[in-house]
Design a protein around this ligand. Structure first.
Ligand SMILES: Cc1cc2nc3c(=O)[nH]c(=O)nc-3n(C[C@H](O)[C@H](O)[C@H](O)COP(=O)(O)OP(=O)(O)OC[C@H]3O[C@@H](n4cnc5c(N)ncnc54)[C@H](O)[C@@H]3O)c2cc1C
Length: 426
């Protein structure tokens, strides 16, 4: 903790946020926009994000717009024309989502953006609204207090009416609520964002998000930063992880995993960063994220496998739901000092865990479908090719407006055929 931070720590705040990732900063911005005093405690020496890409769906851009951040995000990101799914072995197209039509349907764009650009936008917004941003503070414990909660760190202890733990996959707060552990998928991700000219000879599409799905592996490509950069993600199941070896996910496994893939994929592999990789863990869903005045948010509450590209999006939705419930109380005439935090947290806990349970379990199943082999791959390809391009039944429940209450939560996957049958039987 810096001396500057120490002096700030003596001033009172309404909310303490632990973790300055996308989730923590989103919560800080949203709650400060409601008129609350918020302090963010971040373990790292600086606020930042890894330099790779992020897909953000309309259920996220809708919220960024409400916060006044969408224009900035649009100026930094890319609005692709389509999401195209292809077979990683033969390169043939399986299905696509037309993103102009998607924007027309949901009212907000599907975008891709450099992670540090989205994080930077939230950081600038946090500074602009006066969030107290403190680095070099690793929170090691939590306590309930009379009328609030406290965090413990190397410099001592800080209290607030509410503590939001947005401290990621290995959250220190989560054990207050659950004794679960991160679940290894045995899959590992390699990333690489490079200047666009490095892929000029690789037969890539710079207008689309392209996902190549194949046996025990997939490969994602899209342009970033107004088309100046090209982002690639290579994900595969590690044989060493399956064998229980400690040293898993190494670059030799990357090359082996993608042998026999189509040319567009194999040409991309040399551009992946080889000095770091991300072992992919999620957690089993839990249906309670609140204990007393401590609430989990973002990956601390619901780390997903990333196959639906909704991890950061869910964190931003969490922040919005929390702040909207605060806003409802303020609009009903309460002052900030009179906020019924138990009511806010229970409204948040009533709606978000079930939505995120659906996302986490669907992401696991969707990933399994991407990675099938043999007959299952033939069947999968046939099913995806049959999907009509204007069938949104698999994404309506995700991309529509975020529910503030359980009754607003959309039904999951009502297949188009069932919708039509229901419509004709009325
Ligand atoms: C390969 C890959 C691709 C992905 N693609 C997408 C995508 O396209 N779209 C999408 O929406 N999501 C995607 N995700 C998921 C997304 O990255 C995460 O869900 C999201 O970043 C989680 O944000 P967070 O703020 O909750 O947690 P984190 O980003 O983990 O942030 C936690 C913060 O808390 C800090 N911290 C931790 N412990 C402490 C402590 N004790 N005290 C103080 N500070 C602490 C950390 O330093 C960090 O800054 C992807 C993930 C992966 C691995």
């Amino acid at each position: 903790m810096t001396p500057n931070a120490l002096s700030k720590a003596t001033s009172a705040v309404d909310v303490l946020v632990v973790g300055g990732g996308i989730g923590g900063l989103a919560a800080a911005v949203a709650l400060t926009q409601q008129g609350l005093r918020v302090r963010v405690l971040e373990r790292a020496a600086e606020f930042g994000e890894v330099g790779a890409g992020l897909q953000i769906a309309p259920n996220c851009t809708r919220i960024l717009d409400q916060w006044g951040l969408l224009d900035e995000v649009k100026s930094l990101g890319v609005l692709p024309r389509n999401i195209v799914m292809k077979d990683a072995v033969d390169g043939s197209e399986l299905t696509r989502l037309d993103l102009a039509a998607t924007e027309a349907r949901y009212g907000y764009p599907y975008m891709v953006i450099h992670r540090s650009d989205l994080h930077g936008t939230l950081l600038r917004a946090a500074r602009a609204v006066g969030v107290d941003l403190v680095t070099n503070v690793a929170v090691s414990g939590y306590e309930q207090t009379e009328g609030g909660a406290a965090v413990v760190h190397a410099e001592g202890r800080e209290e607030a009416p509410v503590v939001i733990a947005a401290d990621g996959l290995h959250s220190v707060a989560r054990p207050l609520i659950s004794d679960d552990e991160p679940v290894s998928s045995s899959y590992v991700a390699y990333r690489g964002a490079v200047p666009i000219d490095q892929v000029a000879a690789n037969d890539v599409s710079t207008d689309d998000v392209v996902v190549y799905v194949g046996p025990q592996r997939h490969f994602v490509q899209y342009a970033l930063r107004g088309g100046e950069m090209f982002n690639q993600v290579a994900v595969f199941e590690s044989p060493k992880a399956l064998a229980g070896e400690e040293d898993w996910g190494t670059p030799d496994e990357l090359d082996d995993a993608f042998a026999g893939s189509c040319e567009q994929v194999t040409k991309g592999l040399p551009l992946m960063w080889r000095d770091r990789w991300w072992r992919m863990f999620d957690r089993d869903p839990i249906l309670n994220w609140v204990t007393g005045r401590v609430a989990l948010l973002g990956d601390a509450a619901h780390p997903p496998l990333q196959y639906l590209a909704q991890g950061a999006v869910m964190a931003i939705e969490d922040a919005w739901v929390l702040s909207e419930h605060v806003g409802r109380q303020l609009a009903a005439g309460r002052s900030v000092a009179e906020l019924d935090w138990d009511g806010v947290l229970s409204a948040y806990d009533a709606v978000r865990p079930e939505h995120c349970r659906r996302v986490l379990t669907t992401a696991r199943a969707w990933g399994e479908l991407w990675h099938v082999d043999g007959e299952a791959r033939v069947w999968r390809n046939a099913v995806l090719r049959e999907r009509s391009v204007d069938d949104y039944s698999y994404v309506d429940w995700l991309y529509g407006p975020t529910a503030l209450t359980p009754d607003e939560e959309a039904d999951m996957f009502v297949p188009e055929s069932q919708r039509q049958a229901a419509a004709t039987s009325v």
